[in-house]
Design a protein around this ligand. Structure first.
Ligand code: CA
Length: 361
């Protein structure tokens, strides 16, 4: 009864159940924190949804059960694209998604997901942790009462599913395609219409003809949605998403109400999942691609080289124009561009030179 009374009185978003109000020290070890995590993904969706589940389970395990986080799929508590506001308001303590979904809050948010022809997963993590990436991202979300953390990376994505061949940029004109973030801006500049839909709505939208084309993630996730049943061609590479960072967003008040060790556990569990998901994609994509090509006879195409060249030029213009939107976006662009130029020089003589050498026959 006492416990129930306490829960009733505590109300609000964060329930500190037990002896928590006694303050720091011995009492902290007994206090149990029950959090909710909303996500932009369908519940238990392979890779994306299961990464959110893993993050919650890991925090529970690392805290010895002092924290319990219940995960909700898109629409279970709030629609996918209300994740940011729900955590910002404190309706729930945590969210899992990707920052480019929040470009309506600030254009700068897109740099913390991915940039067309930009940083790879490996470079992105380097900018986040050893460059100014995470510092800038933290500054951007602070006025919203949120603390961000990288919590997953897809690696290089696929270009997407189309019902017509892409032989020139003119083929993108008039195309209504689901493509989020800056990739969408590129399509828009080419005369197409970018649409931002949550993952759960892609298949029916493509099948019904509400959209002409869609990108999602890569073979592992695209196979799970059955997108091959609704489109003829599967294009690569995903120039628009070379290494997309997924985010955990944490309500700042809720985070700071935790004892220091639990705060560290929450943020470091995000770091574990950030690496873990990239490994999962790297491991699962090859087999899923094999299934798509050999079992479902998918027609896979590479974008023609001159199309990629022109896409790159347009992408650079789109990203450079972003810098004129506002002071914070300008600052973020400057940091990203500086890091990109240095990282690329090194990647060209390490990753790229090696991958080319590995393919010599
Ligand atoms: Ca995507």
């Amino acid at each position: 009864m006492q416990r129930r009374d306490f829960i009733k009185k505590a109300g609000g978003a964060s329930l500190a159940v037990g002896a928590g109000l006694a303050g720091a020290g011995a009492a902290d070890a007994k206090t149990q924190y029950k959090w909710k995590m909303v996500t932009t993904w369908p519940k238990n969706f392979p890779g994306l949804g299961t990464a959110a589940n893993k993050l919650a389970a890991l925090i529970g395990e690392m805290s010895g059960g002092r924290m319990r986080i219940k995960v909700y799929g898109a629409k279970e508590l709030v629609p996918a694209f209300e994740t940011f506001d729900a955590v910002s308001r404190g309706t729930v303590e945590m969210g899992h998604g990707s920052a480019y979904y929040w470009k309506g809050k600030s254009e700068a948010a897109q740099f913390f997901s991915t940039v067309p022809f930009g940083l790879t997963a490996q470079e992105m993590n380097a900018w986040m942790y050893f460059g100014d990436g995470l510092k800038l991202w933290t500054e951007l979300y602070d006025p919203f009462g949120l603390v961000p953390a990288p919590a997953g990376n897809t690696g290089v994505q696929m270009g997407g599913w189309f019902n017509k061949e892409i032989n020139s940029l003119a083929d993108m004109k008039g195309l209504k395609m689901r493509i989020p973030g800056l990739g969408g801006e590129v399509l828009s500049r080419l005369g197409g219409t970018p649409v931002n839909l949550p993952g759960g709505e892609l298949f029916t939208s493509l099948q019904s003809g509400a959209i002409d084309a869609t990108e999602w993630v890569g073979p592992y996730n695209d196979l799970a949605f059955g997108l091959y049943k609704a489109a003829k061609y599967y294009y690569y590479p995903g120039f628009h998403e070379p290494g997309t960072t997924l985010e955990a967003i944490i309500n700042k008040k809720a985070l700071h109400a935790l004892p220091k060790d639990l705060q560290s556990i929450v943020l470091n569990a995000c770091r574990v999942v950030n690496q873990d998901l990239l490994s999962e994609y790297t491991a699962r994509n090859p087999a899923a691609l094999d299934t798509l090509l050999n079992k479902h006879k998918v027609n896979m195409r590479i974008y023609p080289e001159d199309v990629l060249k022109q896409l790159r030029k347009v992408s650079e213009e789109v990203v450079a124009d972003l810098a004129n939107k506002d002071a914070f976006t300008k600052k973020t662009y400057a940091s990203y561009a500086k890091f990109y130029n240095q990282a690329r020089r090194w990647s060209d003589i390490s990753q790229l030179a090696f991958l080319q050498a590995r393919n010599l026959s």
